[in-house]
Design a protein around this ligand. Structure first.
Ligand code: NDP
Ligand code: HSE
Length: 433
């Protein structure tokens, strides 16, 4: 039965994700309307240039550059433009005009989330953002609703699809970083500004959103320790492979159990044992482990980037927003009732792998071991190799026991200055053990 009521949908953006949302809304309109309880009418699509060539054919009459008129007449506004402005102003205008908002914009939520959720609370509107973290994987709603009665201890996983695609293609297919990045761009995985992915900003924004939900604490993007994959080389990936590891860009949000307490939220590339489930997350996929006190460990896995995959999460939010719009009442607000302190990275302890090039002389290994011992960093494994009989250089790979970030950085600084060390090749954390 065709529903009586019509809800007008304004779509802001027709790029990788927006064009797929528009296509599915038009192709599956009847089915989506039946599920929502109202006819969902795509009222218009905001773009910069309506006449620009597009991969997905969209009705020309729906494309517009008039944001104000489009937003003013809408019941639901889907924001898929990306970036901060004008996305922020459009989202706030939509909320003020009484519309419900659906967005996939993690950059916006991780920096202006508090302002947007407060504006929505004031008028009882809903802001839904399942697509903002881990694309097609349902992770926002499980954290916000399904696990609302539990106490989350840790979130650990891969939340950026493009960097996972790049690292995986380098590891498994031997592609160069540039070639892997070119393919990821073609697949629609990268942000409009790819440095957001490569330098870990995108993953840090997602970590801030996940931590805010998990710990009921306002965590902003600036609170997140961030390192990207720009310094990961083909040699480091080959070294990791030889040692039985794979390099993954990880996001970790955890409650700290030391007496100072608080939470740590961080993003960095790390070594993962090749037997670990995260090592088998290939291509543009993401995987997120959630550890909750009562539920125990949970794993969420699937497509972490891509236009049509992300459109699935967006449309799920649209159906929910439509149902809420029809039912009336207030949208589900954000819960930021706690204010746990954010721990600096120096308080974190983990295992490390340090790779050095040293002079191949007697006593060098002892000198290196002495520096680690003086800094309180305990050696778990040490492997020395020399390439070619006449080489004056040896390579030492040291695996440490758990050490604090502070002790580790002091150690690396001393190693770099030591006369026996020619070069600190790499320092990587070892996670997932
Ligand atoms: P794209 O860059 O492919 O598309 C952006 C769209 O917004 C384009 O249609 C562009 O118009 C339009 N747009 C941008 N700025 C303006 C402006 N000032 N005025 C009018 N229109 C504008 O982005 P994506 O589709 O990849 O991503 C959209 C959002 O979804 C981002 O927030 C992203 O982080 C998020 N996301 C993306 C995923 C992905 O896999 N790509 C996955 C999950 C979330 P025009 O076409 O004319 O250039
Ligand atoms: N650029 C993002 C990524 C898109 O690579 O994960 C999905 O959020």
């Amino acid at each position: 039965m065709t529903p009586q009521r019509t809800l007008r949908i304004a779509l802001l953006g027709a790029g990788s994700v927006g064009s797929q949302v528009a296509r599915l809304l038009l192709e599956h309109g009847e089915e989506l309307s039946e599920r929502s309880g109202a006819r969902l009418e795509l009222a218009g699509i905001l773009v910069r240039d309506p006449d620009a060539p597009r991969d997905t054919e969209l009705p020309r009459e729906l494309l517009t550059t008039d944001a104000e008129a489009l937003i003013l007449g809408a019941d639901i506004v889907i924001e898929l433009m990306g970036g901060i402005e004008p996305a922020r102003s459009h989202v706030l205008a939509a909320i003020r005009s009484g519309a419900d908002v659906v967005t996939g914009n993690k950059a916006l939520l991780a920096t202006h989330g508090a302002e947007i959720f407060e504006a929505a609370d004031q008028v009882g509107a809903s802001v839904s953002y399942e697509a903002a973290v881990a694309a097609a994987i349902p992770i926002i709603r499980p954290l916000r609703d399904s696990l609302a009665g539990d106490r989350i201890v840790r979130i650990f996983g891969i939340v950026n699809g493009s960097t996972n695609f790049i690292l995986d293609s380098m590891d498994r297919d031997g592609l160069s970083a540039q070639e892997a990045q070119r393919i990821a761009t073609e697949l629609g995985y990268l942000e409009a500004d790819p440095t957001l992915d490569l330098e870990g900003y995108d993953a840090a924004q997602k970590a801030a959103i996940l931590a805010s939900l998990a710990f009921h604490t306002q965590v902003s993007f600036e609170d997140v320790h961030r390192e990207g994959i720009e310094s990961v080389t083909a040699d480091m990936i080959a070294d990791a492979r030889r040692a039985g590891y794979v390099i993954k860009l990880l996001a970790i949000c955890e409650r700290l159990s030391d007496p100072e307490g608080g939470v740590s939220v961080r993003v960095y590339p790390a070594l993962i044992d090749r037997e670990h489930p995260l090592a088998t997350v290939h291509g543009g996929n993401n995987a997120v482990f959630v550890e909750a006190e009562a539920a125990g460990p949970l794993m969420f896995y699937g497509a972490g980037a891509g236009g049509v995959q992300t459109a699935s999460a967006v449309l799920g939010d649209v159906v929910s927003a439509a149902r809420r719009h029809l039912a009336g009442g207030v949208g589900v607000g954000e819960s930021a009732r706690q204010s746990l302190s954010l721990a600096p990275i120096g308080r974190i302890t983990t295992r490390y792998q340090i790779t050095l090039e040293v002079e191949d002389l007697p006593g060098v290994l002892a000198t290196v071991a002495g520096i680690l011992s003086e800094e309180g960093v305990s050696v778990a494994t040490a492997l020395q190799t020399v390439e070619g009989e006449d080489s004056a250089t040896a390579r030492i790979v040291i695996g440490t026991h758990r050490a604090s970030e502070q002790a580790l950085s002091d150690t690396v600084a001393r190693l770099a200055e030591s006369s026996v060390v020619q070069r600190v090749v790499s320092v990587l954390r070892v996670e997932g053990e």
